[in-house]
Structures are given as C-alpha cells and as structure tokens.
Design a protein around this ligand. Structure first.
Ligand code: MIG
Length: 782
C-alpha cells in the first residue's frame, strides 16, 4: 500500500489569506484553518482547487480564529493556546505538539498527504496511542487498534464477527492515550478506509476512494473533551421527547391494527410499562410509503387515538423506495417534478425493494427534501409521534430477489487490491455506480451514498418541524453519517437473538456513543432468529441501560414480548422495565449533558477514567453517566462474572456492599440480577414508577444519595415542546458532601409539578422528605 502512494512533496511557498494559511506545493496545496484552540482543519487540494467547499456533516458556519504563525528556516510553525503545529518545508510533514512541547501526533514520513489515482491518503506515525475508539457502528472489539475498517453504508443482516461495513459511516476516531487523547474527523463521504495499525506497528492510515483529504485534528487532552470538540463540529442531539426514554415495543409481523391494540392492552393488563408501539412495513398498502392497508389498518387516525388514550405513542416505518405505480400519487408527483435519482444516461434508476420496482427520491436536493417532508405530513396528521427511517443505506435488492452473490461473503478481500472488479461487491445491494444526484447532477453516487440516509433523515426532521413546530419528534434511523445525531436516534439494525449479539452491543454502542451519537440502542431480544427465555431475561436487564430501549424482532421469529417466554421472564422484565422508568429523570439529565457538551449517556469506562490503563480492557462493562456502572451477564448459563471496578469506592446496587477500587471482583448474579454498582457520592434522581411517561404527575423527586462526595446536575423541562430553547427549563445542582446534600438552583425558567424532594440515603435506607419551594438549600442527612 505504502509504496503505491505518491506523497505531495515540498512546500514551495505560503501565504496567509484571511484566516487561512495556504501552503503551496508543486501540484497540490494545503489550507490550514484554526477553528478554535483545539481544532485545526487540514484541507488538501487536488490541483490547487479546493472543490470540497461544503460539508454534509458540519452544517454550521465555523467561525475561525486568527492564525498565529511564524516561518523558520526549515519549517512553518502555527500556534494556538493548546497546540503547536510544525510543517516541514522540505517534505510537507506535519507534527503536532501540546503547548508544553509534548508530541501528540506526527505524520508518517512524508506521507501525511498522498495520492494513488483518485484515492487520497493520510499516513500517521503510530506513537503512544493505546486505543482507537469511535468509528461509528462496527462489530468486534471496542479498541480498533490493529484493525482495518471500511465505511460504505450497507444493509446486511448477518453481523458476523468479521462483518464490515454495516449501516453507518462515521469517519471519526478518538485516539486514546492516558495523557493526550486526540481525534481525527475525516470529512469525506466517499468510501473510506481506516487501517489502524493492521498493516504495521509503525504507522496507521486512512484514505478514501475519491474526494479530497479534508480532515480536522481535534485535541482533548481527555477523551470527553475530544468528543465534546468533535460534536462541536458535527452537532449535538436535542432534548428527546421524554416519553422516548420509556420502553418501546415493536415487531415486524404485527399484521393488523387489532393485533397492535391487543399487544398494547396486554402491557397495561400485565402491569409492564410501555410508551411506544411501532408499525413496521405490515401497516402499508402494498408497501407504498406513507399509506396504510385499507383493510388491516383502516381508520388509522381513530386507531392511533385509541392507542394514545391508553398512553401509547405510535411510530411508523418509512422506507425511501417509492413504488413504481402510475396510480400512486407520490410516484406520479416524483416523476412529474423530476425528483427521483437518475442514471448518468438520464433514465430514472429503478431498484427493487418491498413494493417491487421502486424509484428513489434524490435527497441530495433541498427541494426534494422539502417535498418529502411535506408528504410526511400525511402520517403526522394521523397522529403519529415520530418516524422510523429504514432501508436508507440506500438498500436495493438484486432484481428481483435473486440470491445475493457469494461475493458479499468475501469480506475484506477488497482491502488494498485497488481493482475495480473487487469493488463491485459494494454495489450489489444498493444503487449502481452510475447513479447521479443533485439538481444539476453534480454528485456521483460514490459521494452521496454514505450520506443518503442522513439526508433522508434531515428531510424527516425538517418536515416534522414544519408540520408540528412545537412538538419534539422521535426520529429513528438505520443508516447515517457523521452529524446524524443532530436529527435522530440510531439503532443498530438487524442483529440476531444470539448471546454473541447481546455482547456485541456493548462495544458497538460504546463506540457509537463516542462517535457523537447519544441516543443509541440495539434491538432488545435480538431481531433475527428465536430468542430463548434466558437470553431475553439477560437482554432486558441490560437493555434498560441502553439510552434507546426497544424490543424488536423479525417477521418469522417467535413472539418476543416480555410475557412471551415464561412467568419468570415476565417477572424479570417487569422488574427491570419498572426500574428503567424510575431512572428516567437521571437519564434525561444525561441527555441534557449530551445536548450541551456532546457527552453521551452510555460511556466507555475510559471516558470516566481517562488515566486508567485497565479500563480499556473492560469493554464488557460500561457506565451510564458518571454514577452507574453496569456489568451485564452475556453468556448462556452463566451465573457469575468478573467485574472491574475503577478507582474509588463502589456500592453494590442490590445489597449495598462497598468495594474499594481499583479491583477485580467475582460477582454472583442469578438470572434476575444484573451486576450494577453506584459510584461513591452518587446522586441519582428517580421518579415514581408508572405505566407510561405522564401517567402520574411527579410531585416528588426522589434522590438516591450514596455515601461520599459527588455532584449531579439535574435538568427538567416540559418534556415535549421546544420551549426549553426559549429558556423554559430548570437546572439544579445537587452537591453531596457525605453528610449533607446541597440543592442549588442554577437556573429557574420552568414551573414543574414538584412539591418535594425525597432523599433516600441508600446506604442506611433512611428517607427524608423536604419541601421544594424553588429555593436553594442545604439538607443534613447523616
Ligand atoms: O429488509 O421493515 O432493520 O428493523 O423490521 C428488512 C422490515 C426491512 C429492516 C429493519 C427491520 C425491519 C425490517 N426492515
């Protein structure tokens, strides 16, 4: 690989142009921009002409800092408050240091920018990096060091241990070192590749099949700060509608409205909380988008209302493929207005999905997105509470339902081959290579493919905002690209009811979270295959700690509702789902932190313990916020496991026993128990149990207080409108000294229903109730 790549060479001259520094090479040039003291953009041209002067991922106008640089005899030096960047004039090599002069990252030799045909590369010297994290939705270990990965949004339901790529593309990684973590965001939507030391111990590299080398170096030095700065660029999630933190039930195969209603009523009868029912493709009229089957799902409006009355929200599936049918309004309009994707020859591209032959909206066009958003009003007006965007990789089956050729299984064979033939496998389940996008057909499919889902979801979100300007939606998507978190939840697609896939969700969700997406979850119970009672019990115990909690399974799998297995499993499910509902105020406050800083609720241990060298070896546990450590059981028949507890005192959630970390313990966990620990000093705000969010007004906020010192910022608002953006919310900081709890109102803009705090001193089971009159106060509890 290395040998084929042609380095960009010497810096011949340089000039400062507004807030950019342009370094001219012989054929190509580099533009450097200082976004802030920790973020620097390196953008290489092809032919001195920066074509990539837009971004699908970074949608805000980035203000830039004035660039402070000096020229030395052999190098050009740029300084920010935290960084010093040297560019060698002789060979273009870039080396980054912190402000004390410690090396952070260096180009590998002269290959910081190189090309081979249309491909653009960057090689970096492997230094102190102990782990590479992030990179979106990947199977396998948390730490991607020593691995190679490719990004090309792909609908493949077989998530085998070597399966890559999957549905999402996040060309961003966090390089962890105990002292100086940094990140790189490669803002390139073409098929991209990351070789994180698989080829050599000496270097790692990333490249793309087209476009330009345009990347952002993002400094920490802590992992949290890297994620914060990355999401500063690509955006952060809004406050979710609070009911979306409840339990959600779905199944492909709820074939008629009555069936859905029956399931919903069952939740109430069986006293198992649930907030959302999904409508999968079963509800559509011959799979036409935004329609309902006139017999099985007639009178949708009325039916949704019935569900609403018993406390359920409804989220229907939406697929991008529009049935080729001249009598179908959306198809007809799409043709008349010329809104569908075309081939370079000018004919409309017809693919093959559930409805049979389909045309696909060209979401790269703003007018098409507006149109789609407008069409979506049809379902919004029926009373749905969100939109589930599926098949948006985009997925298009080989025509018509031919078995997919064996080549899809030849995973990884394309690596480094650079032969067009090997790359054909990328086009087997999606649009062919010659599809073009954009109003003036300015984009080839290779550039749009990985953002097709993002653009569809943007249409959904913006359409929603126009239709219901003051109600937050629950948008969920399968495909996405960096920045998807501005619009949507990401669920991890078609996993299977396998123990291995329960396990897989641990590193996968941790890395998705590090990739800037706070609202993530995997289908609880598994999508494909048949779940067993034991697997379901263990999965629901874990699932209640996923930010997004949905039970979903495929058409032919056995029933998978919490009561579908046994009395024992039903009881376990009830216990844990109720616990989830207790935790909603804690989780909601974590979402506030995600909105403010981009820090995800579901956290790898290293986010919380960045200097802990042991943490990286424990991907089979994670934290929810800074207070709860979850160490699920993930093996059939297992009743115990080893748990790593980092620095500090930890309290067993169930029996309150204390442990002094760092340590490994062996923990006994029979079927109804998940190993769960509270960090010393924790303050966990809890609600009273309820069947669905909003069933009970929460007049008392319970605060579970754990011995030790700690702080927690509690956030609240009306949970449903955008009024919080106008200041209608409250922020309360709770400070635990071990003896007292201080309640400090940081901001007061919302009138809540609360009249009391109930302090639950967890270690001694002591309860203190006090009035909340909106004033800050100190409460003695010991
Ligand atoms: O080709 O709508 O991942 O959740 O149930 C399968 C049917 C299409 C894939 C989604 C899955 C959904 C299914 N869909």
């Amino acid at each position: 690989m290395l040998k084929k790549v042609v380095p960009w060479g010497k810096v011949l001259s340089y000039k400062k142009q507004k807030d950019e520094l342009i370094l001219e090479g012989e054929k190509e040039s580099l533009k450097i921009e200082v976004i802030n003291d920790k973020i620097v953009r390196f953008h290489f041209s092809k032919d001195k002409n920066w074509k990539h002067n837009y971004s699908f991922a970074i949608e805000k106008d980035l203000s830039k800092k004035d660039l402070d640089f000096e020229e030395k005899s052999s190098e050009i030096i740029i300084k920010t408050k935290f960084l010093k960047i040297n560019v060698c004039k002789e060979n273009g090599k870039i080396v980054l240091f912190d402000s004390q002069g410690n090396l952070i990252l260096s180009d590998y030799k002269d290959l910081g920018y190189g090309r081979f045909k249309d491909k653009v590369f960057s090689f970096k010297k492997m230094g102190e990096e102990k782990a590479f994290l992030g990179l979106g939705e990947k199977v396998g270990d948390l730490n991607k060091k020593g691995k190679k990965l490719v990004n090309w949004n792909t609908d493949d339901p077989h998530h085998y241990p070597n399966k890559d790529p999957l549905y999402q593309t996040h060309p961003f990684f966090l390089a962890w070192t105990p002292e100086r973590s940094y990140g790189i965001f490669f803002d390139n939507t073409y098929r991209s590749y990351f070789n994180m030391g698989e080829e050599s111990d000496d270097y790692y590299y990333f490249y793309a099949d087209g476009g330009e080398l345009d990347y952002y170096f993002i400094y920490g030095p802590t992992p949290k700060e890297v994620v914060e700065n990355y999401t500063y660029l690509t955006g952060r999630y809004y406050m979710p509608p609070i009911w979306a933190l409840g339990y959600q039930q779905s199944k492909w195969g709820y074939s008629e409205a009555e069936k859905v209603l029956e399931i919903a009523k069952n939740f109430r009868e069986k006293d198992i909380p649930c907030d959302v029912m999904y409508f999968d493709i079963d509800h559509m009229d011959e799979f036409r988008v935004f329609t309902n089957d006139p017999i099985r799902f007639s009178n949708m409006g009325e039916f949704i209302q019935k569900l609403n009355e018993i406390g359920f929200k409804v989220v229907p599936i939406v697929d991008p493929g529009v049935k080729k049918d001249v009598n179908f309004e959306i198809y007809r309009e799409g043709i008349e207005k010329d809104y569908f994707c075309k081939k370079s020859t000018g004919e409309i591209f017809i693919g093959y999905v559930w409805p049979g032959e389909c045309a696909f909206p060209d979401f790269a066009r703003e007018d098409v997105r507006d149109w789609w958003g407008k069409k979506q009003e049809k379902i919004i007006n029926m009373g749905v509470s969100g939109v589930w965007d599926d098949m948006n990789e985009p997925s298009s089956f080989p025509h018509p339902f031919e078995p997919i050729s064996k080549s899809l299984e030849k995973n990884n064979t394309f690596w480094g081959q650079f032969s067009d033939h090997e790359e054909e496998i990328f086009y087997e389940k999606t649009f062919p290579k010659d599809v073009v996008h954009g109003k003036n057909k300015e984009f080839i499919h290779d550039e749009i493919h990985n953002v097709y889902g993002l653009l569809m979801v943007k249409a959904s979100f913006e359409g929603w905002k126009k239709a219901k300007p003051n109600i937050r939606p629950l948008i969920i998507t399968r495909a996405g690209f960096s920045g998807i978190q501005k619009y949507s939840v990401v669920w991890t697609g078609d996993n299977k009811s396998w123990w291995e896939h329960l396990y897989m969700s641990l590193p996968m969700l941790q890395n998705l979270s590090i990739s800037g997406i706070p609202f993530v979850g995997a289908d609880v119970g598994g999508f494909g295959e048949n779940c067993t009672p034991e697997l379901f019990a263990r999965w629901i115990e874990l699932g209640i700690f996923y930010p997004f909690l949905r039970n979903h399974s495929e058409l032919n799998s056995r029933p998978q509702e919490p009561w579908a297995f046994s009395k024992e499993v039903e009881d376990i499910s009830r216990k844990y789902i109720k616990m989830r509902y207790r935790l909603i105020p804690y989780l909601y406050s974590l979402f506030w932190e995600a909105k403010e800083r981009g820090i995800p609720p579901l956290r790898s241990l290293i986010l919380e313990f960045p200097e802990d060298q042991e943490a990286i070896h424990n991907e089979d546990e994670f934290m929810l916020g800074s207070n709860l450590l979850i160490a699920p059981i993930y093996r059939e028949g297992a009743k115990a496991r080893s748990v790593y507890l980092p620095q500090g005192v930890w309290y067993d959630f169930w029996n309150k026993k204390a442990y002094q970390g760092p340590c490994y313990i062996s923990y006994y966990a029979p079927l109804d128990t998940i190993p769960l620990f509270l960090k010393e000093g924790s303050i966990i705000p809890l609600w009273e149990e309820q069947n669905f969010v909003g069933e009970k007004s929460q007049e008392i906020l319970e605060l579970m207080v754990v011995p030790g010192e700690g702080k927690f910022i509690y956030y609240e608002d009306d949970g449903i409108s955008w009024n919080y953006e106008e200041g209608e919310y409250n922020l309360i900081e709770f400070i635990n000294t071990g003896k007292t709890l201080e309640v400090r109102y940081l901001y007061k803009g919302y009138k809540s229903e609360r009249g009391k705090f109930r302090i639950n001193v967890n270690s001694v089971e002591k309860i203190i109730e006090i009035e909340d009159n909106g004033e800050s106060k100190v409460i003695e509890y010991s």
